[in-house]
Design a protein around this ligand. Sequence first.
Ligand SMILES: [Zn+2]
Ligand SMILES: [Zn+2]
Length: 323
Amino acid sequence: MTLFALSSGLVKWTTASDSDMDLVLNVADHYVLTPYVYPSSWPEDGALRQIISLLVVTNLGAAVLYLGLGWLSYHFIFDHNLMKHPQFLKNQVRREIKYAMTSLPIISIPTVALFFFEVRGYSKLYDHVEESTMGWPFVLLSMISFLLFTDGCIYWIHRFLHHKSIYKHFHKPHHVWKIPTPFASHAFHPLDGFLQGLPYHIYPFLFPLHKVLYLALYIFVNIWTVSIHDGDYRVPGPLQEVVNGAAHHTDHHLFFDVNYGQYFTLWDRIGGSYRNPSVLEGKGPLDCIRRLTAEGKMSANGANTNGHTNRHANVSSTKSKEE
Ligand SMILES: [Zn+2]
Ligand SMILES: [Zn+2]
């Protein structure tokens, strides 16, 4: 879960001590929050005001980003044929959205605590490229460093969440969706979502990071999180070996203990959990649907030959080590 950092970057820029203020929130603060919402006696840098603003902006930003990116992906990228798969659940999309929208406000509470420390100046975020000793090369370097740091952290947090004594309490809800849609991207138990988003929040406390880059990276990681659930399995040839895309993450949902990664396959290879995506071997969910249709076990509209829709069927076409 990564939506919240975006809001954090925005809110920080609205504090009086910052010169590089974000246009959108600056406008919101200038035209809405200060004149109409908060009493004039309440200074913009008051702690309680900052916490309330963070909670509101964080929750609004999370909902808009999750639903907006999810909707775009669902309508323009997600292959709706996947909904015919035997392991696609009844009312799954509605259930994914409901689960995510229930968890996001809970996740926002510890997240806002971290944002508050960020807003109060405890992080290593900086405003201007000149503030870095290495200038632009450092901006590029920190982009790579951010992706590698968070990728490694998320891999091990994700493996920890799969530990048999932890899994059923916190991570199992995300694995209910064997054939995920883009709306499964943020459908996590609150603790699961917070822990998997934690590396994004920790990074700017440990390493210097340009604020605009921070914002851009968070938009990117949210798009990425949606994209590995979008059922678009294409990855440019040379990148197939190194990038953990939807093809890889689909196998994580289907086979449970493989391909834990976020962006790269690096840690799965080091940790011995890499699996060549079944999609790339002609054994993916869409291949399964085609096979069942050809064998006469499923009609073209996704109903099995007994007349029941496959969304209701308790058919397992893949072996999972989950239970
Ligand atoms: Zn998992
Ligand atoms: Zn997932």
